[in-house]
Design a protein around this ligand. Sequence first.
Ligand code: F6R
Length: 585
Amino acid sequence: MCGIIGYIGKNVEENLFEGLKRLEYRGYDSAGMTVMRNGNFDTYKSVGEVDNLKAKLKFNEEFGYGIAHTRWATHGKITIENCHPHFSSNGNIAIVHNGIIDNFEDLKIQLQAKDKCFVSQTDSEVVAKLLDKLNVNNLRRVLKQIKGSYALVLLSKEKDCLYFAKNKSPLYVGKGDDCVMVASDPSCFAGKIDRYYQLKDGEYGKISLKSLVFYDKNDEIIEKTQESLDFNFISEDKSGYDHFMIKEIYQSRIALENIIAKFQTPELESKLKELKKLMFDRIYLVGCGTAYHAGLIGQSYIRAECNIDTFCEVASEFKEKNFVIDENSLCIFISQSGETADTLSALEYCKQKNAHIIAITNTEYSTIAKKADINFPTCAGQEKAVASTKAYFAQCVMLYLIISYLKGKNNVEKLKLFKNQIDFGDDKALKNLAEIVSKYDKIFFIGRGIDYITAEEASLKLKEITYIFSSALPSGELKHGTLALVDESVLVIVIATDEKLFNKTLNNAYEIKSRGGKLVLFTQLNVDREVAKNFEMVFKVGLTQQDFYPMQIILPLQKLAYFTAVKKGINPDKPRNLAKSVTVE
Ligand code: F6R
């Protein structure tokens, strides 16, 4: 949800542009940059992807100061006027902002009464219009006036430093020998700065080449400790694939190898031992979107293995459900980015209730990872494509291993076997199917038991990158309403991996066929010829151990969504209206 970056050093435009490319997963509605040299601002703005900005930039190797922004629109349309940076009324101060200023409307009315003119419809512009001169006192005054979430970087024509502030949106500060950076994500520092400071809520400060000062929320100067950057995590290129999404689907196997290796480290063992010592009588799993679906898979593993009340809920609804949460609760938060605002907010709610907090994240330096009592890293490596693929696979594997461990089982050997059995599905068959799918404008996914969870995930993947309407249902539910929508214009993808539920699922599929709907089957079971005749296509994956059916069957379904997007001419890495790290509630 918007990426921001500040830089001091040589080659400002180039370094900010590179940073924006790394932050593009946070939004790509528009991009902007302001560079200051000799007391003058040069500003560049463009609508759409960060690459559109490149043509406008006047690259300059000389030393300078700059800030830049890549936007995911929350307030105001996708226009040049709404592009960041925004400016103070006298034009001397430029700001970039990630987050939402909740009281911006009140502030805007007050500022307009003082004859301040606004050029954008954004909430962010009020921050700039509250300033005429930039110094620590004025920044502090502004921070006391604004409410909501913000990561801010501010630049003044009159200063040889950058100012920054953070509340509820991530912000990192890095200082090298000949440059400094402030950014929404430390991956921007890669190749330039190898150590960074992570800001906490309420912290702010200023940085130049010579000095760095941090203040805490009580306005006291504080010392902070640096952390080192894990370069291995950062994914820079497509390695010969056409898109990051397909590369990342295939990286699921590497994620699995990484998890197996991690599981054998003393560090992870001590986390598991710590977890085993905890006393709890209820488990909650919480996440958004794909991470929520991984939570549902975890819930079904726990229910199958442990005699303990377990609930899985989407993070944005979690606080509304009045769950019983206390010191006897174990709350597991699942997040690829580790920055999702809804998940973070649910985590803080559980923390206040003294629950034990576990995180499963793909980003060890993230806020969710840091706020948890124990963080289990999913070791999948950075995901660049907006649609989560290898992280989902890794989240399911990590949940599986943790739950096995709690039950006293060491299933690492089983996973090693699975690693060699993984079947990503035949490209030719999937491309043919994608051709069929791309012609429909309504698709249902159905399944029973754990296959229904896969149906939900497959449906989410398809809709988010192909823009085809799709919906998932437990197969038994169709006849309770949705069957009314079924006619020859509907394609239903049936997921059936569980042998004991297979015949029941088939019966539901035939109810669709009787009403003209077309069927496709995804399974690893043998299907006899008479049964196969009912389907446009039977897509069969290789046999694995039952524990891993959900992780196996999702892979060709992810690829189906990918090939369908490509077929429709959509860039699957950057679907419209979405961003990868959702830092607003
Ligand atoms: C879908 C997808 C999203 C995310 C969701 C949570 O492909 O990527 O549904 O899963 O926004 O994000 P994280 O896992 O970063 O908390």
